[in-house]
Design a protein around this ligand. Structure first.
Ligand code: GUN
Length: 307
């Protein structure tokens, strides 16, 4: 709590961890119902190489899949695996009726063409929403698998604000994984959307007009409190590891793309890092897997997971 300056109440903290836990509990219920109809949702996660951060993500995905009652299968391939072998594995998973979702963890080793690999995944099993068919379907307003991180952000925004119609949204960062699909989702919610990036002129000024500000640039604490419109809802997608000598030699801590302390004095609501967007991403991966499994079994996806 700020004792010195603020006349405003501090921002409401959007608790992504609690929201993700309740979403995961609902998903587990859907998995039970699907199993009763003879369908066990199956997610195959493919990891190539030994990137430590990717290993942590993949392990977390495996735990979450099991907790939700789904069938999780991990495929770990050595870093020097030929691209053709990875493509052959993807083809096998495409043809396997027990596998409803396929996720190839990125980044891939430099000798592999990630676009080619993603393109090889059957679009209906592309629970990452990275395949051009899904990207195009989202952009044209058709049913699509949607990238998990922006989907999690959207769920939190709807929870915090209800109807988003007519709001000014500024997304900072134009990646294929977050920025671009986030902009598409907000447009579909009838927001007026600005997709800003590192070359945007007067970025602080552009951010200041946002009722909804989504930061997804990968630069620690770039968005400052004076970039935030009073009362705005701020979603921080960044997960940056910075040195934390106060915790001991060589220790690090996680910070977002938003300078939380200054932004929380101005915003109406804000996601923390950690405990904001991160937990929602995995919950949305599980949701996408349930949706994919339902569709592949010829069933309607659960209405509460529709987006
Ligand atoms: N690497 C970092 N984030 C992601 C993600 O959401 N999906 C995949 N496949 N790889 C990632």
């Amino acid at each position: 709590m700020d004792q010195q300056t603020s006349a405003r109440a501090p921002a409401r903290i959007i608790d992504g961890k609690a929201f993700a836990a309740s979403l995961r509990a609902r998903i587990a219920g859907h998995v039970t119902a699907l199993k009763a109809q003879g369908v066990t949702p199956g997610l195959a996660v493919v990891l190539v190489g030994e990137d430590p951060a990717s290993e942590v993500y993949v392990r977390n995905k495996g735990v979450a899949t099991a907790e939700a009652g789904m069938q999780g299968v991990e495929h770990k391939l050595p870093a020097e695996t030929p691209e053709a072998d990875l493509l052959a594995l993807v083809a096998r998973l495409n043809a396997d009726p027990a596998v409803h979702g396929i996720l190839v963890q990125l980044p891939l080793p430099a000798h592999m063409d990630a676009d080619k690999v993603i393109d090889a995944i059957a679009p209906e099993k592309d629970v990452d929403g990275f395949h051009v068919q899904n990207v195009g379907r989202l952009a044209t307003g058709m049913d699509a698998m949607v990238s998990c991180t922006p989907l999690g952000c959207l769920m939190m925004l709807r929870e915090a604000l209800g109807d988003l119609s007519g709001l000014e949204a500024v997304v900072v960062g134009r990646s294929n994984i977050v920025g671009k699909p986030m902009a598409q989702l907000l447009l579909r919610e009838n927001c007026t959307v600005t997709l800003a990036h590192s070359r945007t002129r007067d970025l602080a000024e552009v951010c200041r007009r946002a009722d909804i500000l989504v930061a997804a640039v990968g630069r620690p604490r770039m968005v400052q409190g004076d970039w935030v419109k009073p009362g705005a809802t701020v979603i921080d997608v960044g997960i940056n590891r910075i040195p934390a000598p106060e915790r001991g030699e060589g220790r690090v801590r996680l910070v977002g793309d938003v300078d939380f302390d200054s932004a929380a004095k101005v915003a109406g609501a804000i996601t923390p890092v950690p405990g904001g967007v991160g937990p929602m991403t995995i919950a949305c991966l599980l949701a996408n897997t349930v949706i994919a499994a339902s569709r592949q079994a010829g069933l309607a996806p659960p209405a509460d997971l529709a987006y």
